[in-house]
Write a protein that binds this ligand. Structure first.
Ligand code: ASP
Length: 282
């Protein structure tokens, strides 16, 4: 089967946002397809999505309850995996994850250590907040303050603002028999400082190996519990890919999306709206 790149712009949002963002993803996918290796292609796709303020990754990442922006990103291909957790004040978390992969002896760097590492490697200080994320944050703070008596009410009021966003971004690719996946996110709303989602955890938000690649979007807490990406990956080759994804998505009530590619198939499923693009690679 041909070489292929698949991108997603997060499960959730509306039909209108899905359609607009899918258009943006097609262009990003075409640009990323010019890179050489399968790993470079998915990293470039995610870097470009991080730079697009419409997506909740890199610039445009959601702001946490305490006013900070902490981002997660990961890349996986073959036997290689690296991620950064809760990184702050960098433009492209996925490029820091790439540096963890290529220039550190570790698989995962988090928080303060990830930031220090990024600075040493030349990732300059950068504020990923935008007018839009600041506005959402202000509204959320207002809603939180109004419900300051009851913690549960505070959080459910807060949660509705999550719908304003397309969420996590992800890319998977197959090229000349090799597979890779990369993902990046600002996280979910509401979110406490220090909360870690599924994205930077192998087998949860991301998985790639010699049978294929998987990337997912949705509520990190639920995805982690189900080890969703690895669960999908382990079934590759045993059933049609579409059937595997359909079965897994049926376990989720909250907006969730899965993209997966194997040697002979690819599949995209969501129980909500999700911007996606499929681009042929040379
Ligand atoms: N999975 C991401 C997280 O929980 C968010 C998303 O995909 O929408 O951090």
């Amino acid at each position: 089967m041909e070489n292929i790149l698949i991108l997603h712009g997060g499960a959730g949002g509306s039909l209108e946002v899905q359609n607009k963002n899918s258009e943006a993803l097609r262009k990003i996918g075409k640009d990323a397809s010019k890179m050489n290796t399968v790993e470079e292609i998915v990293i470039e796709a995610v870097r470009l999505m991080e730079n697009d303020t419409r997506f909740n990754a890199g610039t445009g990442s959601v702001i946490r309850v305490d006013g900070s922006v902490q981002m997660d990103a990961a890349v996986m291909s073959g036997n290689r995996f690296a991620s950064v957790i809760s990184i702050e004040n960098v433009k492209n978390p996925i490029l820091v994850a790439r540096d963890v992969l290529n220039k550190s002896p570790h698989s995962i760097l988090s928080g303060d250590g990830a930031i220090r590492f990024a600075r040493k490697l030349g990732h300059d200080p950068y504020d990923p907040r935008t007018e839009r994320t600041m506005e959402v944050y202000r509204k959320m703070k207002e809603a939180l303050d109004k419900n300051s008596q009851d913690e549960t009410a505070r959080y459910s009021t807060f949660r509705k603002y999550a719908d304003l966003y397309s969420d996590t971004v992800g890319a998977i690719a197959r090229k000349d028999g090799n597979f890779a996946a990369a993902i990046s996110t600002g996280g979910v709303l509401p979110m406490l400082r220090g909360r870690v989602g599924d994205c930077p955890l192998p087998g949860c938000g991301i998985y790639a190996g010699d049978k294929g690649a998987v990337a997912v979007s949705g509520n990190g807490e639920e995805i982690i519990r189900r080890m969703l990406s690895l669960s999908v990956y382990l079934e590759i080759g045993k059933k049609p890919l579409q059937e595997i994804l359909d079965t897994h998505i049926s376990n989720f009530n909250s907006p969730t999306g899965i993209i997966a590619v194997s040697e002979s198939e690819y599949s995209i499923v969501t129980n909500a709206y999700m911007a996606t693009a499929v681009v042929d690679l040379l």
